[in-house]
Write a protein that binds this ligand. Structure first.
Ligand code: FAD
Length: 502
């Protein structure tokens, strides 16, 4: 964008939100050119991403609507952003288009809580930590508690990126818990979806009642179809009884069977599974003296009633033994691994982990049906072993001497994650290139096993787009074109909003 045009746009934006909430200085702009750690693989070192031309902080749907109308007049891209932790360039401008970042984090209030409906109405810039704090005062929880990423991830970003993580085995994906959305469409119209589409309804939040599910179309759409300015999600009473349990298993097959049954019976809230054979030597050296060369499952369980809770734990123990499980004292183990699965401490674990890996590498994550998990892991390990010599000694951090895999098995009905950590020394361009190639090969392998690789959509959607049926792509493009003829909403995300071949 030319400097004169930028100045003019900045003045117009200041007219909407006030001078204090528009930034054009380089230092600020460049902080918005970066997402959390894995993004370092793509930007700012890559040619693909760049800083926004301007950053603006709105405080109401009306302000967002005015900004969207202004962006249409200027034909300038608008990128909604929460915590900026998506890792796929989803919340960062493309270098070739530039654009304005709509930083939503000042729109972070809890607006309404309806105990009788088990629902809370909030603004999308609220961060998971803030939401938990507010809900705890009311004795409720959000069920799904957010991504492992970090405390600073926003709910709006979670909706945009299909967040699936802590507590998902019991409560599902974040987007399964969404009841209503208020959205500013790309033409500036402010709409309500779900029950609030009916003007006579003021505070009854329900998703399915006014014809087709027009809430769903915005979920996971990464800001390509509109800006979410309010939403309602389900809440749940905080269970009085909860605990973290851990068992070791003689092999991965036994562990997977146990996990499947555990989920099937609805006993597990959250779960981390560690397959011994996928770990780097340095981590094996910590684990083996503690528990032997065995797989580990650490998980949370909860209940509302003391007797049910006791009976549940007994049933879990019996189930684990059926598959060769040996109970572990959890406190020592989580200390040794530097993680804790319970409550907010997990946020720090995830965040710290990300930051430690930060300057050096990237991770990617598959989503696979549980019975397929070993196949996905096997392929990724094969690729890693092939690259071992080329990349060995890349990064001395946290003992990840090469790269490693770990499995997180947390889905409803047995969805598993496989994380491939691919550290690379950014001081050595050749090693970076090798690590990037390996990384891409792993992502391709995840996709070819038939499963979406989480963190691989956003503006890195090329992996997914080439696997979609043409009719499906045409359908998505038709929606985009109808809603956003000027392509102002986050162009490039989900493979939408750019001309063919660009
Ligand atoms: C170490 C680490 C671990 C992670 N673990 C997980 C995990 O376990 N599970 C998981 O799902 N993710 C995980 N992530 C990814 C990331 O944390 C999540 O996707 C998170 O939900 C992103 O939230 P955010 O506020 O940072 O979103 P952002 O990056 O700011 O935005 C994400 C997308 O949503 C769009 N968006 C944001 N706000 C709005 C809005 N108001 N209206 C419309 N669109 C909007 C953005 O344009 C973008 O496309 C992890 C990330 C890291 C760094």
């Amino acid at each position: 964008m030319k400097e004169a045009e930028r100045k003019k746009l900045a003045r117009d934006l200041e007219g909407i939100v006030g001078e204090k909430f528009v930034r054009a200085d380089d230092v600020i702009r460049w902080t918005y050119a970066i997402e959390d750690f894995a993004g370092t693989f793509f930007h700012p070192l890559s040619d693909k991403y760049g800083p926004p031309d301007l950053v603006v902080k709105p405080h109401s749907a009306e302000e967002v609507s005015k900004i969207v109308k202004l962006a249409n007049r200027h034909k300038v891209p608008l990128i909604a952003r929460g915590g900026g932790g998506d890792m796929t360039g989803a919340a960062t401008p493309l270098k070739k288009t530039g654009g304005v970042i709509l930083d939503m984090t000042d729109m972070n209030r809890v607006l309404d809580f309806q105990e009788g409906l088990n629902a809370v109405r909030v603004q999308p810039g609220i961060r998971w930590g803030e939401l938990h704090h507010e809900l705890a005062k009311k004795g409720v929880t959000s069920g799904v508690r957010g991504p492992h990423g970090f405390l600073g991830a926003s709910l709006g970003g979670g909706i945009g990126g299909n967040c699936f993580s802590i507590n998902s085995p019991k409560y599902g994906w974040l987007n399964e818990n969404i009841l209503n959305l208020q959205v500013v469409l790309p033409n500036g119209d402010i709409i309500e979806t779900g029950s609030l589409a009916n003007t006579r309804v003021k505070d009854w939040y329900y998703r399915y009642c006014n014809g087709p599910d027009l809430v769903g179309i915005f979920l996971g759409s990464a800001g390509a179809f509109g800006v979410i300015t309010e939403f309602t999600m389900r809440t749940y009473p905080i269970p009085e009884f909860s605990d973290t349990l851990a068992y070791t298993f003689p092999d991965t097959d036994s562990e997977l069977k146990f996990v499947f049954k555990l989920e099937w019976h609805g006993y597990v809230t959250d779960l981390w599974g560690i397959a011994y054979y996928t770990l780097p030597d340095s981590i094996k050296k910590i684990i083996a003296p503690l528990v032997g060369e065995r797989d580990i499952a650490i998980f949370a369980t909860e209940a509302y009633d003391r007797d049910i809770f006791k009976a549940q734990k007994k049933a879990i123990d019996k189930m684990a033994k059926e598959f060769g499980g040996i109970a572990l004292p959890v406190a020592g183990l989580t200390r040794a691994l530097g993680i804790s699965i319970k409550n907010e401490t997990e946020w720090m674990g995830g965040g710290t982990f990300g930051k430690v890996m930060g300057p050096n590498g990237s991770d990617t994550c598959s989503i696979a049906h549980l019975p397929q998990w070993q196949k996905v892991v096997g392929k990724a390990l094969e690729i890693m072993q092939k690259n071992e010599d080329a990349l060995s000694g890349s990064v001395p951090l946290i003992g990840a001497e090469h790269f490693f895999l770990f499995a997180q098995i947390l889905g409803r009905g047995g969805i598993s994650n496989t994380f491939a950590m691919t550290p690379a020394n950014f001081m050595d361009p050749e090693k970076v290139k090798q690590a990037q190639d390996m990384y891409n090969e792993i992502v391709e392998s995840y996709m070819d096993t038939g499963y979406a690789a989480l963190y691989r959509i956003g503006k890195e959607s090329q992996f997914l787009m080439k696997r979609f049926k043409p009719e499906y792509i045409a359908f998505m493009k038709a929606i985009k074109k109808t809603l956003d003829p000027n392509n102002i909403m986050n162009p490039g995300v989900l493979g939408l909003g750019l001309e063919e071949g660009e």
